[in-house]
Write a protein that binds this ligand. Sequence first.
Ligand code: ADP
Ligand code: MG
Length: 210
Amino acid sequence: MALDTAWAMRWIALTRVEIGAQREYLIDLDRQIGDGDHGENLDRGFGKVMEAFEATPPTSVQDCLKIVAKTLMSTVGGAAGPLYGTAFLRAAKVAVDEPLTAEAVAALIGGALAGIQARGKAERGEKTMVDAWGPAYDAAKAAAESGATPEQVLAVASEAAHKGALATEPLQATKGRASYLGERSKGHLDPGAVSSAIILAKALEAAEVE
Ligand code: ADP
Ligand code: MG
């Protein structure tokens, strides 16, 4: 489907369902190298986003992403709330015209990455959600530049985020709560990178609906 308001709402609705389904898994990942609240935080946050959509239905992709940003910032505690809030806010800023073009999809992902990095100051390789969004942006940008469709851009971004999340396992965390563990943070997936890969997978799935 075209990447319009209906797509954006479907994206977030699918994310909400999958985060709910993966709640315990995300809690478990965060228990290994953090405080075990990641799944609970996101489950509550995206639940609140759906309530906000019902109260005031989004009128554009930009509006939709802004509601996500504001709701996550105000309802999700810990590191992930402000990080995802800033990501969606920056993504919203570039979602001006719709349906989104391939370039706009890459810019949206780049905006999210820039927001996360502005807020959390993490570089790639520090075992954070940047390790999912960074490769996703690279792949999206390259695909858009070589003439891919918007849906193809989402496909390569989703795949790169998934691989990026898996690649956090051997890394030592040097940002966020997991960094307190030092060497012991090695050998575990980063929960935020895993939830980021879920979010990008759902952006693709939403686009695949006819
Ligand atoms: P908290 O760590 O406060 O309990 P969450 O458990 O909700 O918050 O989120 C943890 C995730 O946040 C980590 O797995 C990591 O991906 C991400 N994160 C933490 N600090 C940073 C940072 N400085 N930059 C980017 N991502 C970060
Ligand atoms: Mg946590």
